[in-house]
Structures are given as structure tokens and as C-alpha cells.
Design a protein around this ligand. Structure first.
Ligand code: 5CA
Ligand code: ZN
Length: 407
């Protein structure tokens, strides 16, 4: 499908540093060492409601990965899906009387507008699952050929017993896995399963539900296998970063990694699994199912999108944090201070700021540290320090290129 428009990026002098990121599967910070072309897959939205600040926070984190890699001289091959057919989407469509296709299209379009406003670099491939059902079915066929699947009625399941690396991504105990699987769309108690953690690959057609033809009969893809199929076809296995929010660690990324492994015989499926923290509102994770949401589109009606971006960047991407109304006010004030300083005819030398921002960002995307470096420069410039006429333009370029904030 159509992606969204790319913002301009100003070039920076010199080259950025190698990016270190916390890799969930390594349980520590590791240097990413991509080939000249870095490959990243970021799980996209299930488009049954508008983009909320939690989504935006997650997509900004991976936008920073993209920007830091580019600054370090890499080309970036970036793929994202949209889960445009799935139970929650079909349920919402049913409740609201809107055709599920129209609902998905409308929310995907709003998501594009939100991403554009927040200056998130677009993926090279933005893939709706409904566009690639045949490819997903083909991957399920490969898993079947490896003896990793079985059927309950006409539904096809992946057998966890066929996955030797299962557990390597999350490191969770079986007890934790069972709890999370039940919470996050799994069906541990279904009758006929060989193991409670076996997961659905293909859901056979049910009356009134959309379906596509396949070798296993008409139906639609299960959740995890869609991302595995899209990542494999666009990026191949062994890509650099698989990304999403921390609620995707298990089951989604765990199960996807095993599918990729069993289908290709190659491990790891992704070299690093990177997860953003959860944004909460009123003490609970912001989620479409709970309905405790702050929509990016609504916030945009009243605030500069660059202030929204700065409000999110003020938190480290891996932190879990709670949105409060005051944060947009502080971010707007910061934006005003930066704009005012970056509009001065001169300021203190900004090359040290470039070095500091590069160092902070390469260190597991330390955005609070990066913002502090720009704050310090802006305060000095506002105090009349420095006579470098090129400094304000360089600070604008740093904010733009590395932080995605247009001043
Ligand atoms: N379509 C699937 C991924 S294939 C999905 O999880 N969609 S989603 O719309 O529920 O979430 C989209 C992304 O936003 C995921 O990476 C998810 O981890 C992240 N996300 C959802 N809620 C929050 C939240 N409250 N805070 C931070 N990130 C969130
Ligand atoms: Zn996904």
C-alpha cells in the first residue's frame, strides 16, 4: 500500500556513531552492526481506532533508530505491516456497522497523517496483510512441509514442540508465557491442542467473516505469521532489528522468531529484538481495548506536532511512563526556547552539541540526554553567549536530522 511522505533531512558534518541498543533476546545493550544496508521491521498498527500516544511513542523510537543509522552512513531498508484483518478489527466493524475494509482504510489514512505530522520517516514497504494473504499461506505451507503444523478442524496450528529456539526471545518462564498468551489473543485452553502454547497459523472461514482461498481451505492468516511472512519476503532472515512495543515481546515476537527459524533453518530470525516501553493513562496501559486513549490527531488540533514529538522524546524509549496533561505544556515551552535560540543571528559553537547528541543517541537512544545537550546550548545562546554565526543553523540541522524536530 501507499506509505507516507518523507520529511526532508538536513545533512550533518562528519559521521555519526555506531548505534547500541538494548536487545531483548540478548538481555543487554549490544552494538548493532548492520551491513551498509541496515534492515528493520517494525510491527504496525491494527487499524480499528486512531493512533494514540502509545503507538506514537513506539514508532518514534524506531524512527530514531532509522535516523541514527542514516547519520552513521547506512542505507536503511525499513518495512512495516498493517494488521488490516484481525479479530479486534472485525469486532469493532461489527459494533459500529462500518464495513471492516472501510474502517481499516480510514484508520490507516489517519495513521499516515499522524506519522507525517510527527515527521516519522516512512517505511520502504508499508504492507497490509490483506495484500499478501497468498504469501502468508505459502509460508504456512512451508511450515507444514517441515512437519511443524497440525489441524484442529480446518484451523491450522503451529506445534511449539517443533521449535527448538522457542523462549529465546523473551526468556520468559512457561508460567509467564501461558499467562501472557491468554491475555494477548492466544487460546491456551482450546480443546484438541497438543500443547497450550501452540498457536494459530490459519483460521478457517467462519460464517460472516472475510476469507481467502488457500491449500488448507478458505480462511485468513493468524496474527504472528503475517509479520514473519512480510519480513521474510521484504527483508530476508537475519535482519538487524525487529521492533515494537514491549507488549509484543511475548507472544508475538517469540512466536514469529520460531516460525522464521523453522521455515528457513536460519537463526536468528532478527539479530536484535528491540522494544519500546508502554505509555499509560490514568494508571493503566493506553490501549484501544481499554479505551483510555489520547489520540495524536486530537492533540494535533491544539498543539504543534513538534511539541508532541518533544513531549515523547523527553522520556527514554524503554521506560514505562504515564501521560499527564502538563507534559505537552513543558514540551511547548522547550520548543519555543529552542526556536527562539535557533533563530538568533549567532550563538556558541554547536559542534560540541553535535558530538554530544550523537553520543547520547548512539547510547541506546538516550533522548533525555540529547535534549539536555540542546537545552544547554539554547540557554547559553539566549543569554547572549557565543558569536558563531553558523551555530543556530547547525543546531536546527541537529534537531531536525537526529531528533526529527523541525525548528
Ligand atoms: N498490529 C499489531 C502488531 S503486528 C499491533 O500490536 N498493533 S497495535 O495497534 O496494537 O499496536 C501497534 C504498536 O504500538 C505495537 O508495536 C504496540 O506494541 C505499540 N503499542 C500499543 N499500545 C502501546 C502503549 N500504550 N504504549 C506504547 N506502545 C504501544
Ligand atoms: Zn507484528
Amino acid at each position: 500500500m501507499r506509505s507516507w511522505s518523507a520529511p526532508n533531512i538536513s545533512p550533518l558534518p562528519g559521521a555519526g556513531l555506531p548505534l547500541r541498543l538494548y536487545d531483548t533476546s540478548a538481555r543487554g545493550i549490544r552494538e548493532t552492526s548492520p551491513a551498509p544496508e541496515a534492515r528493520m521491521y517494525v510491527c504496525g498498527i491494527t487499524p480499528y481506532d486512531a493512533t494514540h500516544l502509545g503507538h506514537a511513542n513506539t514508532y518514534l523510537a524506531f524512527d530514531l533508530v532509522n535516523r541514527v543509522w542514516r547519520d552513521a552512513g547506512h542505507r536503511v531498508h525499513f518495512t512495516q505491516n498493517a494488521t488490516d484483518v484481525d479479530d479486534p478489527l472485525l469486532e469493532r466493524a461489527e459494533q459500529t456497522g462500518i464495513d471492516w475494509r472501510d474502517l481499516a482504510e480510514r484508520e490507516i489514512e489517519l495513521f499516515r497523517t499522524d506519522m507525517e505530522a510527527l515527521r516519522v520517516l516512512p517505511p520502504d514497504e508499508y504492507v497490509g496483510v490483506t495484500e499478501v494473504v497468498a504469501q502468508v499461506a505459502e509460508l504456512i505451507g512451508r511450515l507444514k512441509d517441515k512437519g511443524a503444523t497440525y489441524e484442529i478442524g480446518r484451523d491450522v496450528y503451529f506445534s511449539v514442540a517443533a521449535a527448538p529456539k522457542f523462549g529465546a526471545v523473551s526468556g520468559y518462564s512457561e508460567e509467564q508465557m501461558l499467562e501472557l498468551f491468554a491475555e494477548r489473543g492466544g487460546d491456551p485452553a482450546r480443546e484438541g491442542k497438543r500443547h497450550p502454547l501452540d498457536w494459530l497459523l490459519w483460521r478457517a472461514e467462519r460464517p460472516g467473516e472475510p476469507s481467502w482461498p488457500s491449500d488448507f481451505g478458505p480462511g485468513r492468516p493468524g496474527w504472528h505469521v503475517e509479520c514473519t511472512a512480510i519480513a521474510l519476503s521484504c527483508l530476508g532472515s537475519g535482519f538487524d532489528v525487529s521492533g515494537g512495543g514491549s507488549d509484543l515481546i511475548f507472544p508475538h515476537h517469540e512466536m514469529g522468531a520460531s516460525e522464521g527459524h523453522v521455515a528457513t533453518g536460519e537463526w536468528p530470525f532478527a539479530k536484535a529484538y528491540v522494544h519500546a516501553g508502554m505509555v499509560a493513562l490514568d494508571g493503566e496501559k493506553m490501549s484501544k481495548s481499554r479505551g483510555n486513549l489520547v489520540f495524536v490527531s486530537r492533540l494535533r488540533a491544539e498543539h504543534d506536532p513538534m511539541a508532541i514529538r518533544l513531549a515523547l522524546l523527553a522520556h527514554h524509549y524503554r521506560a514505562d511512563w504515564e501521560w499527564t496533561a502538563g507534559q505537552i505544556g513543558s514540551a511547548s515551552e522547550r520548543l519555543a526556547r529552542w526556536r527562539s535560540a535557533a533563530g538568533l543571528p549567532a550563538g556558541p559553537d554547536a559542534l560540541p552539541v553535535l558530538q554530544q547528541v550523537r553520543e547520547r543517541m548512539a547510547d541506546d537512544l538516550d533522548t533525555p540526554g540529547a535534549l539536555a545537550a540542546v537545552d544547554a546550548w539554547a540557554a547559553r545562546a539566549a543569554g547572549g553567549e557565543g558569536t558563531d554565526p553558523g551555530a543556530p543553523a547547525l543546531v536546527r540541522a541537529i534537531a531536525d536530522t537526529l531528533l526529527g524536530v523541525a525548528l
